[in-house]
Design a protein around this ligand. Structure first.
Ligand code: 3PG
Length: 398
């Protein structure tokens, strides 16, 4: 099973130079202030552990998509500042991730020091998973720790390539993510409920197909539901529908029917003439969207029904809000489902940045068992795909 990996506790890191891939791809505002530091905070246990063991901690991450070139706005300096504050020690931020200056800084470092290399994606070799680039990164250290679950679905030099040149193990965040999501797929306590929403059905269809035979109830709300409704023949007016996904939606519904699976769609939806503040809002059955209107959420009857199902679950996973929750007038359905997750006494797992943002908005984040730091990575894991950054790590014996 791919999620049982050796961890930082299974190797001797004392006094060693340890190269740690973290996912510090955090959102920044226009002034380059970090607007959500969850990914940095979640990396702290591994960094603290390594420092306590007297390792030299060499951190590397990407930020944004600079396409193999130096982009000053995507330098990691704001991250180094925040990490220094959180750790209470100075993090030495370097201006590159390979080369003579980096080698010198690593050589001069002492046990317990923390170095943050510059954005790995400033080099084209990162995304190309170039072995030479990977080798240069690997040459900085004696052990590789991957704690970047959020980037584990990318076969890049700093996530997969380096693992060919150094003993490669998981960090504590990676381990926590793999264990939580892995257990969900392999041995969930039942009833097991999945709630799938978000914007595009194409992002979620793989998850729907993989989870349908595994869960007791699968709820499809938010944007993906509109494509399912169109597949049932409803006129969805201006709701966002992906026509190329109609066949997949139809076959998921047929499969659910023929195999007796509990696949639920909203019975009522919230619609508006436009997705913006201050417009009229109506609740309608999904086959009666007014001409020229668009879907903005689930209706109150559906929200109540979904909430009951979630509350009685022993395992509940949620990927994608139930509508445009950023606008208060459209947020009710997502809020009711979020509260149900908060009230659920079973294991609750939140996947993806938008779902996490919704749970944060309603002040319920600390009521969840686990909020994944992975967006695309968590979805690919739930799709049952092997993540290259995970596959490259040493398996746990026994
Ligand atoms: C993410 O935010 O999902 C990860 O950091 C991966 O980023 P990417 O989609 O740019 O590869």
């Amino acid at each position: 099973m791919q999620w049982r990996k050796k961890t930082v506790e299974d190797v001797d890191v004392s006094g060693k130079r340890v190269l740690v891939r973290v996912d510090f791809n955090v959102p920044l505002d226009e002034q380059r202030n970090i607007t959500d530091d969850r990914r940095i905070r979640e990396a702290l246990p591994t960094i603290r552990y390594l420092r306590e063991k007297g390792a030299i901690v060499i951190l590397m991450s990407h930020l944004g998509r600079p396409k193999g070139k130096v982009v000053d706005e995507l330098r990691l300096d704001p991250v180094a500042k925040r990490l220094s504050e959180l750790l209470g020690v100075e993090v030495k931020k370097l201006d590159d991730c390979i080369g003579p200056e980096v080698e010198r800084a690593v050589k001069e470092a002492k046990p317990g020091d923390v170095i943050l290399l510059e954005n790995t994606r400033f080099h084209p070799g990162e995304r190309e998973n170039d072995p030479e680039f990977a080798k240069q990164l690997a040459s900085l250290a004696e052990i590789f720790v991957n704690d970047a679950f959020g980037t584990a679905h990318r076969a890049h030099a700093s996530t997969e390539g380096v693992a060919h040149y150094l003993p490669a193990v998981a960090g504590f965040l990676m381990q926590k993510e793999l264990e939580t999501l892995g257990r969900l797929l392999a041995e969930p306590e039942r009833p097991f409920v999945a709630v799938i929403g978000g914007k595009k059905v194409s992002d979620k269809i793989g998850v729907i197909e993989n989870l349908l035979p595994k869960v007791d109830t699968l709820i499809v709300g938010g944007g993906p539901a509109y494509t399912f409704f169109k597949a049932l023949g409803y006129n969805m007016q201006e709701c966002i529908v992906e026509d190329e996904m109609l066949e997949s939606a139809k076959s998921a519904m047929e499969k659910a029917k023929s195999e007796g699976r509990d696949l639920r769609l909203p019975k009522d939806i919230m619609v508006a003439p436009e997705v913006k503040e201050g417009v009229e809002v109506r609740v309608v059955p999904p086959d009666s969207v007014p001409e020229g209107w668009t879907g903005v959420g689930i209706g109150p009857e559906s929200a109540r029904e979904f909430a009951e199902v979630v509350k009685s679950a022993k395992t509940a996973v949620w990927a994608g809000p139930m509508g445009a929750f950023e606008i208060d007038a459209f947020a009710e359905g997502t809020r009711i489902v979020a509260e149900a997750f908060a009230e659920c006494s079973g294991v609750t797992v939140i996947c993806g940045g938008d779902t996490a943002a919704a749970v944060e908005k309603f002040g319920l984040a600390d009521k969840m068992t686990h909020i994944s730091t992975g967006g695309g990575a968590a979805l690919e894991f739930l799709e049952g795909k092997e993540l290259p950054g995970v596959a490259a790590l040493q398996d746990k014996e026994g």
